[in-house]
Design a protein around this ligand. Structure first.
Ligand SMILES: [Ca+2]
Ligand SMILES: [Ca+2]
Length: 390
C-alpha cells in the first residue's frame, strides 16, 4: 500500500512480476490484512495519520532513531520490522521508492523469514549463503544482541538467538571455577545457535562478531532501580564468558585477545543501553556476563599492602638487599600518604611510576627474574588504576 500513486506505480508493477501483490488503502489493511505474512508500506513518515506514511510513523514509534534516518538518509530510507501483528510477519517500509527498490524488497521478503517471541528470535535463511548479519530492529530489541557471522561454505540454515536469565540456563555462571573471588554475574545470558538445514553439511561458523548490549537495570544488582550503588555492577570490569563444548564456563579473555566492553551509553532502536560487551570469536555458543561491584573491588589500602608484601617476599642477600627493600617500601609509603592526605593522585601516581622504573631496572640487571619482578609492576599499575578519580 502506498500514498503517492504515480511514484509508486512502477514499483508495484515490478513487485508484481515476482510475487502476487494486492494493493489496498490503510483502512482496508488495518481491517482485513494485518495477519498477512508480508506487508510493504510506502509513504512519507511525516505525512498525516491515516496515510501509509502515518502508519509507518506509528509502527516505528518505539524506534525514533530509525524513523529519523528514513527521511534524512537516502541509503536508510527502508526499514524492516518482524513479528509486529503476528509472530512470523515481515513488514517492509519505505519513505519513498525508485523502481529498482522492488528487487531489494523481494530480496528481503524471500531471503529470510523470522519468528519473534518475547525473548528470542529464530531466523530461517532460505537461500544458500556464506554469512549472516543480525542487526535488525526486532532482533536487537528482543535479544539485546548483534551477530555477524561467516561460514566455511554456502548453505541454507537457521539461527536462533535467545536471551535467558540465570534460572533458565542449565549451568549457572555463578559459582563457576572461571570466576574470580568477589566477581558476580549479571542475570543475563545469550544463546546463539547455528542450525544447518542439512545435518551433513560441513559448513560451520568460522568466525563471528558478537555484541551483547546491557541496560542500567542489568547493572542494578541492589534492585533500587539505578546504578552506581556499591552493590551494583561496575561496567568497567564486565567480562564475557562462554560455555565450552565440554560444558564448562570459560573466561573469553583467557583464550582470546579480541573481547572487551564498550561502556559508552547509546540509544539504539529506541532502547537506552549503558554499553555492550563484544567478542570476535571462532564459534557461537551460550554467553554469560560477570564483573565486579565497587564493593567487591580491592580498595587502594589493600592494594598498597599487597604491594608491600610482594616486595618483602624478595628480601634476601642475593635478591633484594635491605637498602633496595627500603627504597621500594619508602616509595610505597609516600605514594600512599600522598593519595590519602591531599589527596594528590597525580603525585601518588608519579611515585608509583618511579617505583615501576626502579623494579624494571632491577629486572634488567637480573637480580629479579621477569617472573619475580612482573607481579610488582602489575600491582603498581593496579593501584594507579584504583586511585584514579572516576
Ligand atoms: Ca542500584
Ligand atoms: Ca555506560
Amino acid at each position: 500500500m502506498y500514498d503517492d500513486q504515480d511514484a509508486c506505480a512502477e514499483f508495484a508493477a515490478k513487485l508484481a512480476e515476482n510475487a502476487t501483490v494486492r494493493i489496498v488503502n490503510v483502512t482496508t489493511l488495518l481491517s482485513d490484512y494485518t495477519g498477512a505474512r508480508y506487508i510493504v508500506l510506502v509513504g512519507d513518515p511525516d505525512a498525516a495519520s491515516g496515510t501509509a506514511g502515518g502508519l509507518i510513523r506509528e509502527l516505528l514509534q518505539d524506534s525514533p532513531d530509525v524513523l529519523e534516518r528514513m527521511n534524512s538518509s537516502e541509503y536508510e530510507r527502508m526499514a524492516v520490522r518482524y513479528g509486529l501483528w503476528n509472530d512470523t510477519q515481515t513488514i517492509v517500509m519505505l519513505s519513498h521508492v525508485y523502481d529498482t527498490d522492488a528487487i531489494r524488497v523481494i530480496g528481503v521478503l524471500k531471503s529470510m523469514s523470522m519468528s519473534i517471541s518475547d525473548r528470542s528470535v529464530l531466523v530461517d535463511y532460505l537461500n544458500p549463503r556464506a554469512c549472516f548479519l543480525l542487526d535488525q530492529i526486532d532482533t536487537v530489541r528482543v535479544t539485546d544482541t548483534f551477530v555477524w557471522a561467516w561460514l566455511g561454505d554456502m548453505t541454507t540454515f537457521s539461527v536462533s538467538v535467545e536471551k535467558l536469565n540465570d534460572t533458565e540456563v542449565q549451568n549457572s555462571l555463578s559459582g563457576a571455577v572461571a570466576l574470580a573471588p568477589e566477581e558476580v554475574i549479571m542475570d543475563k545470558y545469550v544463546r546463539i545457535e547455528f542450525l544447518p538445514n542439512d545435518p551433513n553439511v560441513s559448513a560451520v561458523v568460522q568466525g563471528a562478531l558478537v555484541r551483547i548490549y546491557y541496560t542500567a537495570s542489568d547493572l542494578d544488582l541492589s534492585g533500587d532501580g539505578d546504578t552506581g550503588d556499591p552493590e551494583d555492577l561496575n561496567e568497567t570490569w564486565l567480562e564475557l564468558f562462554v560455555m565450552s563444548t565440554a560444558g564448562e564456563w570459560v573466561r573469553l579473555s583467557d583464550v582470546i585477545d579480541t573481547t572487551g566492553v564498550n561502556t559508552t551509553n547509546q540509544e539504539l532502536f529506541g532502547m537506552s543501553y549503558e554499553g555492550y560487551l563484544w567478542a570476535n570469536v571462532s564459534g557461537l555458543s551460550l554467553f554469560g556476563i560477570a564483573g565486579f561491584t565497587d564493593e567487591g573491588l580491592p580498595t587502594p589500602y589493600e592494594l598498597y599492602d599487597e604491594l608491600r608484601n610482594l616486595i618483602a617476599q624478595h628480601r634476601s642477600p642475593d635478591k633484594l638487599n635491605a637498602g633496595r627493600v627500603n627504597s621500594l617500601l619508602q616509595k610505597v609509603d609516600s605514594s600512599e600518604s600522598r593519595w590519602l592526605e591531599k589527596p594528590d593522585t597525580m603525585a601518588a601516581t608519579n611515585i608509583l611510576e618511579a617505583l615501576i622504573k626502579e623494579v624494571t631496572s632491577i629486572m634488567k640487571t637480573g637480580v629479579l627474574t621477569e617472573d619475580e619482578g612482573t607481579p610488582l609492576v602489575v600491582k603498581a599499575y593496579e593501584i594507579i588504576a584504583a586511585i584514579r578519580p572516576s
